[in-house]
Design a protein around this ligand. Structure first.
Ligand SMILES: C[S@@+](CC[C@H](N)C(=O)[O-])C[C@H]1O[C@@H](n2cnc3c(N)ncnc32)[C@H](O)[C@@H]1O
Ligand SMILES: [Zn+2]
Length: 309
């Protein structure tokens, strides 16, 4: 949703733009054109492979911008932006989740379609807990809760029980073993609908391993604070749990009144922090959905930092 992001961010030459999910710098490069000349692009990613590829692509573009590439988790956005030594930012983007190269690299263990160790850490150098550890150590109730809450999996209880039974004979070590167990655990009728039955369980595990929802909440909170008046935030999410967090964070920051609900007349004179919130999430155009099937679940929301009176 490059065109939509660029349009919603409305960056201008010389401005400061922060891409919190640099990935292959596809978005960053397009938006960098808008801040050129003399703008500053701050690119953040927690994944080492993005941090080697993206700077190469940016330097090849020969845009006249300053560039600061930082390794880190956007959960620590305050610290990262302090490192970048900027007083504020004019535009910020979150394009959440995993990148296609991460999914396609079998050794990372993100994909149920490729045999690999159950890893799923986005930053293996700084994270110790892997998907295998979660699958092989949590009790049935906790495992079911993760599958239900983070994967919205209706057969969470059955899958968790089957995993626990199976691992009592031998630890579950690979993506293929887990995908097969999920398939066995659900009723035969459910195996025939809705794509690969392991999809939701893999999503749930990835969210749990990387503590993605907590990271998003902290990242959004900091991003809204760091925006300059009139600055814009764009978030592209890929499942309803993320989208709900974005929608709630924007609505919370856009409140015009914080009086107790039982109070009949507003006396708080509260100033909203965000304005111009996208009423509905934007969806990718049909051509993009066709050319990039992963984009089908994407939802884009944007907002503007209020200009103080
Ligand atoms: C969907 S890709 C971004 C693709 C990018 N917009 C592009 O056009 O190439 C998401 C990226 O965000 C990174 N990421 C996900 N969660 C993160 C977090 N909490 N902190 C830092 N980076 C994160 C992933 O490592 C991945 O590279
Ligand atoms: Zn009020």
């Amino acid at each position: 949703m490059l065109k939509e992001s660029r349009h919603a961010l409305k960056m201008e030459p010389g401005q400061v733009f922060c891409d919190c999910t640099l990935g292959g710098a596809g978005h960053a490069l397009a938006i960098a054109q808008d801040i050129s000349p003399n703008g500053l692009l701050i690119g953040i990613d927690q994944d080492d492979s993005s941090l080697t590829e993206a700077p190469l692509r940016i330097s090849k573009s020969q845009l006249t911008i300053h560039c600061e590439i930082l390794k880190g988790n956007f959960r620590d956005l305050d610290e990262l932006l302090l490192k970048a030594r900027v007083p504020g930012i004019d535009g910020i983007l979150f394009d959440l989740g995993v990148s296609s190269p991460q999914i396609d690299q079998p050794s990372r263990g993100f994909s149920y379609a490729q045999e690999a160790p159950l890893d799923m850490r986005m930053d293996p150098g700084n994270q110790t807990k892997t998907a295998a550890e979660i699958i092989n150590t949590l009790n049935t109730a906790d495992l079911a809760r993760i599958l239900r809450e983070y994967g919205e999996e209706q057969w969470a209880g059955r899958i968790a029980a089957h995993i626990v039974q199976s691992r009592s004979k031998k630890p579950i070590e690979t993506t293929a073993e887990l995908a097969a167990l999920v398939k066995e655990a659900i009723p035969a009728s459910a195996r025939r609908t809705g794509g690969n039955p392991a999809k939701r369980s893999f999503q749930a595990l990835r969210i749990a391993v990387n503590e993605e929802l907590a990271a998003l909440e902290s990242g959004l909170d900091a991003a809204i604070r760091w925006l300059n008046p009139g600055g814009r935030i764009v978030v592209i999410s890929y499942h309803s749990l993320e989208d709900r967090i974005v929608k709630r964070a924007f609505a919370q920051a856009a409140r015009t009144c914080v009086c107790p609900p039982e109070q009949p007349v507003c006396t708080c004179n509260h100033q909203p922090i965000l304005t111009n919130i996208s009423k509905k999430a934007l969806l990718p155009a049909l051509e993009e959905q066709e050319s990039n099937p992963r984009s089908k679940s994407a939802k884009l929301r944007f907002a503007t930092k209020a200009i103080e009176d």
